[in-house]
Design a binder for this molecule. Sequence first.
Ligand code: NAD
Length: 261
Amino acid sequence: MLEHKPRLEGKVAIVTGAGAQGTVMGNGKAASILFAREGARVLLVDQVEERVQVTLETIRGEGGEASVYVADVTEADQCRAMVEAAVQRYGRLDVLHNNVGINGPGSVVDVSLEEWDRVMRINLTSMMLTSKYAIPRMASGGGGAIVNISSISAIRPRGMTSYTVSKAGIVALTQAMAIDHAGDNIRVNCILPGPAYTSMVAEGMSDEVRDLRRQASPLKIEGTSWDIAWAAVYLASDEARWVTGVALPVDGGVTIDSPRR
Ligand SMILES: NC(=O)c1ccc[n+]([C@@H]2O[C@H](COP(=O)([O-])OP(=O)(O)OC[C@H]3O[C@@H](n4cnc5c(N)ncnc54)[C@H](O)[C@@H]3O)[C@@H](O)[C@H]2O)c1
């Protein structure tokens, strides 16, 4: 009889943005929980300690292994210290899951330069910084996997231009890092979530808008953070050993066909 082997057994993972706003499940939180369920030891990184403590309690309650690290991933020295903390606590680093991201509403006419720079720094520069310090550690341990959270906004703009540009930058960063570090056996992929019902978007959303988002998908089912997180488990695992530089939409088919607003 085949036995289920945990898909991330023996691996050490960092998840950024491992907490969640509000009470609805978030992408970083769901990925942290699934990584731990699949056998990884997880460094849960967030700038808001109370949020990430909730994720830790869930994982510990299930018998998983994780610990909290409070950091702002837009700061280089904090990213360096975060990577060192993972190696000190768990002895190695195999997976970096770059999940931190914020919205960026409006057109170039609407947006201020300060807000544009802020969105780029949080959504895109942060992933360069975490990777900058994680990659040498992964390489010295024999390889690893980086999973970046982009958005379908990268390929289907919808009135959030700074967000779209930052998320398209993540696709380019993913492909560039995939080429640069393939020789070190480091795979780099990104996920493009569609209009899932998650912590980032749930607050204040009316039932009508929620249903419109559900109906936008050819499958007519509502996506959740678990859908995004299962894709992350696959890309982080050795099952994806021949997959690198990919931008994977997880969107119920929205990018192929959905009504425009
Ligand atoms: N929900 C959707 O429909 C959807 C669609 C496309 C993409 N996404 C992407 O999913 C990701 C967010 O998912 P989530 O559900 O985990 O969101 P969330 O906002 O609930 O959680 C993100 C966490 O990141 C933390 N954070 C923010 N800035 C930080 C920083 N500088 N340093 C450290 N931590 C920081 C926050 O404190 C928060 O706990 C984003 O990258 C977002 O663009 C979501």
